[in-house]
Design a protein around this ligand. Sequence first.
Ligand SMILES: [Zn+2]
Length: 337
Amino acid sequence: MAERAHVTKNGAILLGDNVACDAYDKRPIRVVTHAHSDHLYGLRKSVKCCEKVIMTPATRDLAEILNDNLNLHQESIQTLEYNKPLKYGDEKITLLKADHILGACQTLVEDAGGIRIAWSGDFRVEGTEPVDCDVLVVEATYGKPSCRRNFNVDVRQLLVDMVEKSLRGGTVYMFGYHGKLQEVMQLLRSADVQVPFVMPERVFEVTKVCENHGMNLGPVSLSSDKEGHELLDGNLPCVAFYHMNQRAHVGLRNSRYCVSGWEFQKPCRQIGDREHLIALSDHSDFDGLIEYVKRTRAKQVITDNFRSDGDALAKEISRRLGVSAVAMPRDTPQTTL
Ligand SMILES: [Zn+2]
């Protein structure tokens, strides 16, 4: 089998002959697997230079909100629903659902010879149906054997319980990344937490996109509106959702929660006077990555060594699954220790 997939030194995941995912490359088709910034490299250039830039409708809407002045309603942009193949020359491209943020997908290219070549994108194995393929490029965020979350508790229920308790003392602040914050909103709503949600403009815009694509998150209000002001200034029971980068600036005297994947010791850890870190991730841990690779039944695996250190995962895949695996690209800053 000739080399059918590759990761370039710019972070583009090349599949088959025509497709480059998640960074610019001189190929006719660019795929955007989801709206996180480390998957939007060179998007402006792709929009200008590629024949087609493909993504799900939700990813288009989120990427536009998260990138000021980026117009994704141009001719080269083509939104594609999950499981609806697109023919290009001799190849067929399909986006498959990935459990990550709204709109996220795995990408499958079937070439003229029937070889199935796939890129996992970012995913959580629990809600993702692994794509059946011959050649696989897999993400490696938590690709080290030490990155395991073997908690004996339901982290989501734990977060709900803690927030409900903290609401008795007034406003609760929640810090996280775009997409993750909305997942927490949905979690609280489905647990029947009915207090208002308050948020600054950017978080509000992302939340509205999520609602337009089927998430049920209301009622929500802007922190800059009269109602939002009254709730926050009066320390009334509500949940205030802020991006992680606002942690040092708001809600310093309140109960605070940070949702993050980079926690493997405990499901919940106290990190401040009234602040807790909750181990809620939108990526698979090490065991999840190995399970995913196994279920794809890939015969050749490449680990993404651009967005994270893929070396350890490649070694473990070879060792545990007996499948040929390499990290790409070589010689990135992450690999030179
Ligand atoms: Zn991501």
